[in-house]
Design a protein around this ligand. Structure first.
Ligand SMILES: [Cu+2]
Length: 318
């Protein structure tokens, strides 16, 4: 990429000089040659076609634009994200799905580096309590500077930078360059997630009472139970465990409780023979242990990520 950037940069510079020279030659004002604003495209996250692995990244992570240009962010995954510029001097807050200043658009569609400006939830489909996520977000940059932004859900792991330079500055990269870099960055994260998923499958026996609930790594999340199909005998237990801090998950049998009740445990996991049973959000270090007292096949979902295919079942043999 860097190889062909330099000639293009020179070519752009020369084109700029010609454009500047023409109005002078024809006795027009120099402002007539001010280039028209450009809209740049950044993808917000990406995922595998089955939505099992999600990449938490702005793609690409950095863009170099000029004052007056617009950045257009487009949802790239069912996993929700935000595009959030913090007010100067403030720190990144913990994500709260019930705080509307985090989940809905805040500020105008113009950004000058002074105010909290937030897209609200961006995603390709409804998820959890976010029933109407935005598919895209636009921001016009009216001041020069280097502006860091975050996804409120994924914190410091998911940040981007918009470098805003003076109007008329030659662009170092084209949209095609950004598309290529963004695609590569996304593929690297998805490959990392696929590898972690494969390793977890190999580490978990096909039968028995251990189910791993999702996988979280640097820049990726696997929205699956491992293994999806567990088999035990009557009187035995299945332990559903998250490996560490990361995306929130539940194990929910039967009727799905409403939000926010679904985030809290309900039912008796010590004698399960079918019906309603909910883990609430499973905390790291505190597995949800279900003891099965009846033979049969029992299906369950993650109440947050079932729309992404995060479902499983336990076969209980006599
Ligand atoms: Cu989940």
């Amino acid at each position: 990429m860097h190889v062909n950037v330099i000639p293009r940069r020179l070519a752009l510079l020369m084109a700029g000089l010609v454009a500047l020279a023409l109005p002078v030659a024809f006795g027009q004002s120099a402002t007539a040659s001010t280039p028209s604003p450009v809209t740049w495209h950044v993808r917000v996250g990406t995922e595998t076609p089955d939505m099992a692995v999600s990449a938490m990244s702005f793609l690409p992570r950095q863009v170099w634009i000029n004052r007056g240009d617009t950045v257009h962010w487009t949802a790239g995954s069912a996993e929700p994200h935000t595009v959030t510029f913090l007010a100067p001097g403030t720190t990144l807050p913990d994500f709260n799905p019930f705080d509307t200043t985090q989940t809905t658009a805040q500020g105008t569609h113009r950004y000058d580096g002074t105010a909290y400006t937030n897209s609200g939830i961006i995603a390709t489909q409804p998820i959890f309590t976010f029933t109407k996520p935005a598919a895209s977000y636009d921001l016009k940059f009216t001041k020069t500077g280097n502006f860091t932004y975050y996804c409120l859900l994924h914190g410091v792991m998911m940040k981007g930078v918009v470098h805003v330079r003076a109007a008329g500055t030659a662009y170092p990269y084209t949209q095609a360059d950004y598309n290529q870099v963004g695609h590569q960055q996304g593929q690297v994260l998805l490959a990392r997630g696929m590898r972690a998923w494969q390793e977890a499958k190999e580490a978990h026996p096909a039968t028995g009472g251990a189910v791993q609930v999702g996988i979280d790594g640097m820049g990726f999340s696997v929205m699956r139970f491992i293994r999806t199909h567990a088999t035990v005998h009557v009187g035995q237990s299945v332990s559903f465990a998250v490996a560490g801090p990361g995306a929130p998950h539940t194990v929910t049998f039967g009727q799905e409780p409403p939000i926010p009740a679904v985030l809290m445990p309900s039912g008796d996991p010590t004698h399960y023979a079918g019906g309603d049973l909910n883990s609430g959000v499973i905390a790291p270090g505190t597995p949800f242990v279900v003891t099965f007292t009846k033979a049969g096949k029992f299906s369950y979902i993650c109440a947050i990520h079932d729309g992404m295919g995060m479902v499983g079942d336990v076969t209980v043999l006599p």
